[in-house]
Design a protein around this ligand. Structure first.
Ligand code: ADP
Ligand code: MG
Length: 312
């Protein structure tokens, strides 16, 4: 009887498989990422490692091809959706493992935050907010504010540049709407922002004391690539909220160069005044100044003028 090896070989030759296999291998080995990796690691591989690792190299090449044409996390065609392969040498052989991609990391983070911080806006509420709909014809100031907000959304660079925005103006002029438009524009650039309604967040923090979740909640908020604090100063803050919650968050963001966007009915001076009066009635100018030192130098002040859009 013919040995199985040679009959298989003959069968493959007949079917033209050997040629096709060779073609496939060539296409794997000539792919740029594979080629570069093999070049970098050739010293670490034993003879025959490339042949043995061919299946891994093939999967590596195909998964990265998917990533290069990423259709979004929901439609990820990789064997493990949201994961990207990396190659590494081990005992002279080619090995492969998967790590989560940046979209997957951001999505997991978002889920964790949603579970943790109840006072954050769910993005769906503001999905439609966009700069195209921000009306700028009423006053020149509005156009300038919208333009600067747009520039921020286009250029913000968390971790490298901690400059944010301080958007103030009367009730109903569209501050929250503009903030959401910034968040949506940032999302187009795959930069994640966390939008929290400040008065609700501070209430939530007071409750968190009893639940023992203060630190986790502070951590989730302070580490957001872009933090948006909506309606700061709309409530009377306790000393604890001002110094140990807001102060701690802003201190961290300042040192890590993470931009913060604020909206408020107050301008800087009025906010400082507001922060100086705690709910216990005492006056604490130095503490208020300290908070303002974390806000004022790290934001551009934008005044949003216009009519109250809630009244039409
Ligand atoms: P503020 O935060 O300044 O009090 P909002 O952003 O909440 O004001 O805006 C007030 C109302 O006007 C909201 O209902 C908001 O959806 C709507 N609004 C604001 N700006 C726009 C806009 N450019 N296009 C459509 N609706 C807007
Ligand atoms: Mg608002």
């Amino acid at each position: 009887m013919e040995p199985i090896q040679s009959s298989l070989k003959k069968y493959m030759e007949d079917a033209g498989w050997e040629g096709r296999l060779q073609q496939l291998q060539d296409s794997v080995l000539s792919e740029k990422r594979v080629h570069d990796w093999l070049h970098r690691h050739q010293e670490e591989l034993v003879d025959g490692a490339v042949q043995q690792g061919m299946a891994a190299l093939y999967e590596y090449k195909n998964s990265w091809k998917n990533c290069d044409q990423c259709p979004g996390l929901e439609k990820c065609p990789n064997p493990m959706p949201g994961y990207q392969p990396e190659l590494y040498p081990e005992h002279g052989q080619i090995q492969m493992r998967y790590h989560p991609c940046s979209l997957k990391i951001a999505a997991d983070r978002q889920k964790k935050q949603e579970a943790l911080v109840k006072s954050m806006y769910v993005s769906a509420e503001f999905k439609k907010a966009s700069f195209e709909n921000v009306e700028t014809d009423e006053t020149d100031g509005r156009a300038i504010a919208a333009h600067q907000a747009f520039e921020f959304a286009r250029e913000a660079n968390p971790g490298e540049d901690g400059q944010g925005l301080y958007l103030h103006g009367m009730f109903g002029v569209g501050k929250t709407y503009m903030m959401a438009a910034i968040a949506n524009k940032l999302a187009d650039r795959h930069i994640q922002s966390l939008l929290v309604y400040a008065p609700e967040f501070f209430r939530e923090m007071r409750q968190a004391i009893g639940e023992g979740t203060v630190n986790e909640k502070i951590d989730a908020v302070k580490t957001a690539p872009i933090l948006m604090l909506d309606d700061l100063g709309a409530e009377t803050m306790s000393n604890w909220i001002r110094d140990d919650v807001l102060g701690a968050i802003l201190q961290y963001r300042m040192t890590e160069k993470l931009p913060t966007v604020y909206t408020s009915n107050w301008d800087y001076e009025e906010l400082e005044e507001h922060l100086a009066y705690s709910n216990k009635g005492g006056e604490e100018r130095m503490k208020a100044k300290r908070i303002m030192e974390r806000i004022r130098p790290f934001t551009s002040e934008l005044y949003l003028a216009g009519r109250n859009r809630r009244e039409t």
